[in-house]
Design a protein around this ligand. Sequence first.
Ligand SMILES: [Zn+2]
Ligand SMILES: [Zn+2]
Length: 131
Amino acid sequence: MKYRLIDLLACPICKTFPLQLIVFNKVHAGSSDTIKPCDEYCSYNEKKIADLKSEDIPLDCRGCLQINIVEGILICRSCLRWYPIIEEIPHMLPDDLRKEVEDLGFLTKNKERIPQTILTEGKPFNLSRSI
Ligand SMILES: [Zn+2]
Ligand SMILES: [Zn+2]
């Protein structure tokens, strides 16, 4: 997925926007002619567009489209749900369609890079029983 997707996604469960993105691996996806800036929140620059406009700072959004995020995690700060990004695809399933064994494997494999709050309190699954 691209950074740009963060500007379009809300938490599917509680609708909080924007989601926090932590990138584990990324690759350069080639150049993009599209320079339309993000609308509300630019994840690549980690900036709210409203804040930029008040300061009149131009936004360089090329990185939002030129980089593919291969692996990472999306985090909802409100409901503490987390969603894995695997092989460039964000997996944003409702709780009852998620597989606990796979999710715990993902958290364990990447625990050095995932915030402690998610490791111990994240939903729908976390590592609190095994830490
Ligand atoms: Zn942007
Ligand atoms: Zn949420």
